[in-house]
Design a protein around this ligand. Structure first.
Ligand code: SF4
Length: 208
């Protein structure tokens, strides 16, 4: 579908789309993003207040006992791996970046637990760097609306979106596509009846 029509539609639907991971600083954002893999932002927001109370910065998390960190996030799926990932990330930040969250893709993906998607979210949310992170919602919406092919990889989708969407719109569009996927174009039972893009969709009314 045409990018300008898509962007106008998103603006009408979700003018105030934003990151829903609660955080007060870059450290908290980075930890929350890593924890959010394959789970909802709401689940992450339920565990982070106690986690950040106990570990208020990268140095304290790096020095934390793995089993104590696991206990703080035990309600999340994959919590063993996630505890290892956030501790490893905090160790990397402490040892190599003075306890700060790095501000380049190269440095971010050098940290344990941080892949390209997480790095894109961190770059845009913490530093305002134009980025288009492709998560499950962005991927599904891009494919349904023919902004990408059904078998495109995450990286191919990201490249196509970067070509089609003006750079100054990347951050806003990323949030709006997540809202669209989360609150309207659900994976199962999308609400096609209130979707403005049905004419362009590969899967409209699929589950009716
Ligand atoms: S028509 Fe339905 S499946 Fe297609 S983009 Fe809209 S909500 Fe999603």
């Amino acid at each position: 579908m045409k990018a300008d029509v898509f962007l106008e539609g998103l603006d009408s639907l979700f003018p105030d789309a934003r990151c829903e991971l609660e955080h007060r600083n870059n450290y908290e954002m980075a930890v929350a993003v890593v924890l959010s893999a394959q789970t909802t932002d709401a689940s992450v927001n339920r565990v982070t207040p106690a986690l950040f109370e106990k570990y208020p910065d990268a140095a304290s998390l790096a020095a934390g006992e793995l089993k104590d960190i696991e206990q703080c996030i035990a309600s999340l799926g994959l919590y063993h791996n996630k505890a290892k990932a956030i501790k490893g990330m905090a160790q990397g930040m402490t040892e190599r970046f003075g306890g700060e969250v790095p501000d380049t893709m190269e440095d971010l993906v050098s940290l344990p637990g941080v892949g390209r998607k997480c790095a894109n979210v961190i770059l845009s949310e913490c530093y305002g760097v134009p980025a288009l992170a492709v998560d499950t919602h962005v991927s599904r919406v891009s494919k349904r609306l023919k902004l990408a092919k059904p078998d495109d990889s995450v990286l191919e989708i990201e490249k196509k979106l970067r070509r089609k969407i003006p750079k100054e719109r990347w951050i806003r569009t990323h949030h709006q596509m997540i809202f669209f996927g989360r609150y309207l174009c659900h994976a199962r039972s999308p609400e096609c009846g209130r979707c403005p893009f049905t004419a362009e969709c590969r899967e409209k009314n699929k589950n009716l």
